[in-house]
Design a protein around this ligand. Structure first.
Ligand code: ADP
Ligand code: MG
Length: 510
């Protein structure tokens, strides 16, 4: 007799169906797990044995074979403990044989029989629902599983005994409630920043259209401070985005207490970050910062200090919106559609652009060129808005705080995003599409300028020698500026402002 329990294996954020087959036959005492298990899965035997004994169930003195099918799908992680243990329990009659039929099961076991949290419960719950099954997951992950839909049958036991009692009917468990994390603390506010009106405007444009942004300026100008205030003006998440983002966090083990966060991700990896940390991969093919920033912001402070190869590995996800990690015998794909915000000093001394400052290492231009060379042209090319942030003057600093803060800016950003969402949804694209992510052919259509604007972009394209990508990028930013103004048509002034961010940036990049 073979007992079967449904579970999953993760490939990226996809939960693939895996069948746990348990067979107990007379023979020499033996307990084996087969079917391409990794080390954590192989160790599962010991945890299952310990947890069953602690729950008052001894393993029969027989030959127990556990097969994880299909055998060619790699099995990673510790979430196979629970389906294996339940398969054994059903095989020895400790729970009714048909009790598990309608469920997909995942969870790790402690030696005392407790069921402990695992990663990936949300995608597993969604996959279970799609297969018409319910879900049995660890107690702490119940609130996460409950997000998969109101009609999904979720059992979230804290121990094997609790689950066995539920199946016997002596102590029936309630369905867990979906939880949303309470916002932790208030976000830093734009009102803290004095002066820097140009940079604040750029931040608002970036937030509105989802554009990539680079701040370039001397140390202490407030670049890090500006970037840290971006989350306070980003638009709220739609329910669809919330689920997409949470799936990645679930697989990465970043959902605290099973509660989803309604805030857009804002990831700020240190410049010493490795390729695996930024892009993903390494042990267990975990998603990296680029994927954890999906739907939100990836902030790279001190951009030229990052390893050039690590930075260049971002080019592919910036183009395709996903990260592909090659493993020994398979490939893993994670979503990674992030908005890049970066800050840098103009040179190693940091002051090259300040009037009257002479760099210690020879001519200012050389100092700037050497430092700037650490960032490749193709990466810079993907940054729509490149802004110089001058040092704050004492006159600015003694000003009273600005009357306008993040609340006002956030309202304008939200209105501009709503306009984009409606426009792109009407053309069959997801409502989360922004001017930065909409297809190039479509931006030509939706951002086609009026007659004066057309004349301007024609002369500018010649004098600035705009490339095709540069042309589209200018249109994208101009479209966002028009959306901020609530204008259906892109006008000359929008193009002029969009070109100004580009014109200045070309000098910085040079
Ligand atoms: N525009 C500003 N308004 C108020 N304080 C500022 C401003 N710019 C800089 N500061 C102060 O200077 C500190 C350093 O700013 P920071 O953002 O770290 O500079 P950067 O990243 O450009 O080197 C901030 O913590 C803040 O106290
Ligand atoms: Mg800084």
């Amino acid at each position: 007799m073979v007992t079967r329990v449904a579970t999953v294996a993760f490939e990226g954020i996809e939960a693939r169906a895996v069948d746990v087959q348990v067979q107990i036959i007379p023979g020499a005492v033996h307990f084996a797990v087969v079917g391409l298990p990794d080390k954590a899965v192989a160790e599962s035997r010991e945890r299952v044995r310990g947890a069953l004994i602690a729950s008052g169930l001894a393993l029969p003195a027989k030959r127990i074979t556990v097969n994880l099918a299909p055998a060619d799908l790699p099995k990673e992680g510790s979430h196979y403990d629970l389906p294996i243990a339940l398969g054994v329990m059903a095989a020895i009659g400790a729970i009714p044989a048909d009790a598990l039929a309608g469920y997909c099961v995942l969870g790790e076991l402690a030696l005392d029989g407790a069921i402990t949290a695992v990663n990936g419960v949300l995608p597993a719950a969604i996959a279970a629902g799609a297969r018409g099954l319910g879900l049995i997951c660890p107690g702490p992950c119940g609130p996460e599983a409950a997000w998969a839909g109101g009609d999904l049958d979720v059992l979230a036991p804290r121990s094997l005994i609790q689950l066995a009692n539920h199946f016997k009917g002596s102590q029936v468990m309630a369905r867990p409630e979906p939880a949303i994390a309470a916002p932790t603390g208030t976000l830093p506010d734009l009102a803290d920043i004095k002066g820097q009106e140009g940079a604040k405007r750029a931040l608002e444009i970036a937030a509105s259209g989802g554009h990539n942004l680079l701040f370039n300026g001397p140390p202490g100008a407030g670049k890090s401070m500006l970037a840290a205030r971006l989350p306070s003006i980003l638009p709220p998440l739609s329910p669809r985005e919330l689920l997409d983002i949470s799936m990645i966090q679930s697989v990465a083990g970043e959902l605290r207490g099973g509660a989803l966060s309604s805030r857009r991700p804002f990831r700020q990896p240190h410049h010493s970050a490795s390729m695996a940390a930024l892009i993903g991969g390494g042990l267990g093919a975990k998603p990296g910062e680029a994927s954890l920033a999906h739907g939100g912001v990836l902030f790279l402070d001190e951009l030229p200090e990052f390893t050039p190869q690590v930075l260049d590995s971002l080019r592919q996800p910036m183009e395709t919106g996903e990260v592909m990690i090659a493993r020994a015998n398979h490939r893993v794909v994670y979503p990674a559609r992030f908005q890049l915000v970066a800050a840098m000093n103009p040179c190693r001394c940091g002051q090259a652009l300040e009037p009257g400052y002479a760099c210690r290492r020879g001519p200012n231009e050389r100092c700037v060129a050497q430092y700037g060379a650490r960032i490749s042209g193709p990466l810079l090319d993907r940054i729509d808005l490149r802004i110089e942030v001058p040092a704050v003057t004492a006159a600015d600093l003694i000003l009273p705080p600005p009357a306008e803060g993040s609340r006002e800016a956030a309202a304008r950003v939200a209105a501009a995003r709503t306009a984009q969402g409606q426009r792109y949804a009407a053309r069959g694209l997801p409502a989360s599409t922004t001017n930065a992510t909409c297809p190039a052919t479509l931006i030509e259509e939706v951002a086609s300028p009026d007659a004066e604007g057309t004349a301007l972009i024609r002369t500018a394209a010649e004098s600035l020698r705009l490339s095709a990508r540069g042309f589209h990028r200018t249109l994208r930013v101009a479209r966002t500026l028009a959306d901020l103004d609530g204008e259906p048509r892109v006008r000359r002034m929008h193009l002029a402002e969009a070109l100004s961010y580009r014109g200045r940036s070309e000098r910085v990049a040079a």
